[in-house]
Design a protein around this ligand. Structure first.
Ligand code: GDP
Length: 529
């Protein structure tokens, strides 16, 4: 029991989110550098020339320079065992971000100091706030001219509706960025440039130390004193309870590129954030220290390795310990099985693992039986973790294969991509499987879908954009949906479980349908089978 408890206590599992280009990849890489998982930054990837990173798998990501899928990495730092979940940096994939956040115990939000909270990312950050998990902010790129740090705090608070607590405060910015002031220890950490490839040299000096003027200059010293006075008077008090509930975000300043402030951030963050937290289930709260293994599926990724055509299901372990050969119960499938090829991503390598603990993320080979949200646990237990909500699609497209001989590949591709949760598919009541309506939350997902159909399933598509933007499931089981009175621009479709639903072009049409069809009950979510 002692070992299990120790192993779980030292785990930290968090997601990292940012607007594209704010520096998420660079920061992740520096964490790995400090953790000793890689010897030199830049060793993992030649980002500057090829724009791909450890965590970017898909070709489309390399081409577009955005993270489409989220991936996972584990590394050790001091006595901590850290699981980082990468999230797509584009709002069109906010559903993916939400699922990843379900697997995380806290989130790190990276913000570009010269840009602040960026337009495209607002939605992602709000998704983060929705989960009520601790959110830590790293204000990056302080080595460039930054916006006034007080304005940045103000913006985070007003835009995201979360209070801030600067744990440290920047001394200068751009070429003049000298270091940070640690508000708790009341000392300065001044950094020396090293080119960013290696860990940076830091000197700690007390605020009252007479050598400070020569270290950071008289002007910056006096600005810092003014800032501290203002901060201590105006900012929120530090309150770890509020941090835990996601109401107060500890803020740190630094530069991932030059390593300035990366280690102070990592250390404070690891100390303030939680070890694996309890999770809700149909059998009540599941304690991470419960020795019986349990986990849920939060992500399915097909064809990560083109040569193998494999499908990997990612599990977040919520309690106990996983052993490679153990028998587990797949609750939704009501089937006992052994998980095949359990693996973890360590820095750039995928490794087969023998054991893993609550807090860890493991990928297992999936023969096509798992779905997002499924529970897998020790056969001694039988419960389901809280389901992961799906977002209502807002964009729709009708698609079929150009080459009618490719029917099988078409059905396989659309079905698999839908199982992964990347798209939702619907059928018109009288159409066959060779024509589907694809629904997505963000338009970029349609592009990814089309790209993957061509590249992974070798299917070219005929597509037709559809004007709908609202979706409602029909709750009534006792009416024949085909007899409903609907306006000409409302469409009746079925989902993969044969539930009927309606696609509308406007809210006005929804009201129209409700008025003309007495007793009709519509809901925004699928209420089950
Ligand atoms: P991501 O899209 O959020 O993963 O951002 P990247 O880590 O790929 O960084 C985007 C660009 O910003 C790259 O050219 C990085 O070298 C650069 N960058 C990242 N961090 C910093 C920083 O602290 N300072 C400066 N000046 N550039 C940075």
């Amino acid at each position: 029991m002692g070992k299990l408890e120790d192993e779980i206590k030292r785990r930290r599992t968090f997601a990292i989110i940012s607007h594209p280009d704010a520096g998420k990849t660079t920061l992740t890489e520096k964490f790995l550098l400090y953790g000793g998982a890689i010897a030199q930054a830049g060793a993992v990837k030649g980002k500057k020339n090829s724009r791909h990173a450890v965590s970017d798998w898909m070709e489309i990501e390399k081409q577009r320079g955005i993270s489409v899928t989220s991936s996972v990495m584990q590394f050790q730092y001091k006595n901590y065992c850290i699981n980082i979940l990468d999230t797509p940096g584009h709002q069109d994939f906010s559903e993916d971000t939400y699922r990843t956040l379900m697997a995380a115990d806290s989130a790190v939000m990276v913000i570009d100091a010269s840009k602040g909270v960026e337009n495209q990312t607002r939605k992602l950050f709000k998704v983060c706030v929705m989960r009520h998990i601790p959110i830590f902010t790293f204000v990056n790129k302080m080595d460039r001219e930054s916006r006034n740090p007080f304005d940045l705090m103000e913006q985070i608070e007003s835009e995201l509706g979360i209070q801030t607590y600067p744990v440290n405060w920047p001394i200068g910015s751009g070429k003049e960025f000298k270091g940070v002031y640690d508000r708790d220890k009341k000392h300065i950490i001044s950094f020396e440039a090293s080119g960013g490839q290696h860990q940076v040299a830091a000197t700690e000096v007390d605020l009252s130390d007479p050598s400070l003027d020569s270290l950071i200059g008289e002007d910056l010293h006096s600005t810092l004193c003014d800032d501290i006075e203002l901060l201590d008077g105006a900012s929120y008090e530090f309150d770890i309870e509020k941090v835990r509930k996601g109401e107060l975000s500890p803020v740190f300043f630094g530069s991932a590129l030059t390593n300035f402030g990366v280690e102070p951030f990592l250390e404070n963050f690891l100390e303030m954030t939680t070890s694996p937290t309890p999770r809700n289930s149909s059998a009540g709260i599941i304690d991470p220290f419960d020795p019986e293994f349990s986990a849920f599926v939060f992500k399915i990724q097909a064809n990560m390795n083109k040569a193998h055509r494999d499908r990997i299901t990612f599990l977040r372990i919520c309690s106990g310990k996983f052993d490679k050969d153990m028998e587990v119960l797949h609750v939704q499938g009501n089937k006992k099985l052994r998980l095949s090829q359990p693996q973890q991503i360590m820095a750039q390598e995928r490794e087969i693992i023998d054991e893993a603990y609550a807090g860890d993320i493991i990928g297992v080979f999936d023969p096509g039986i798992f779905a997002i949200g499924d529970t897998i646990c020790s056969p001694k237990k039988k419960f389901e973790f809280e389901s992961i909500p799906t977002f209502a699609p807002e964009h729709f497209m009708r698609v079929r294969q150009k080459d009618t001989l490719k029917r099988k590949q078409f059905v396989k591709g659309t079905t698999q991509i839908a199982q992964e949760g990347a798209i939702q598919i619907f059928h018109e009541p009288d159409s066959g499987m060779e024509e589907v309506i694809v629904g997505v939350v963000g338009v970029l997902q349609l592009e990814v879908f089309e790209y993957r159909m061509k590249n992974e399933y070798n299917v070219d598509l005929f597509k037709e954009g559809l004007p709908y933007s609202y979706i409602r499931w029909i709750d009534n089981k006792d009416i024949d949906p085909k007899t409903l009175k609907l306006s000409s621009d409302t469409k009746l479709v079925k989902d993969f479980r044969d539930n009927y639903l309606l696609l509308f072009t406007s809210e006005w049409n929804i009201r129209w349908a409700l008025e003309r069809n007495e007793g009709l009950e519509l809901s925004e979510f699928n209420r089950g089978d």
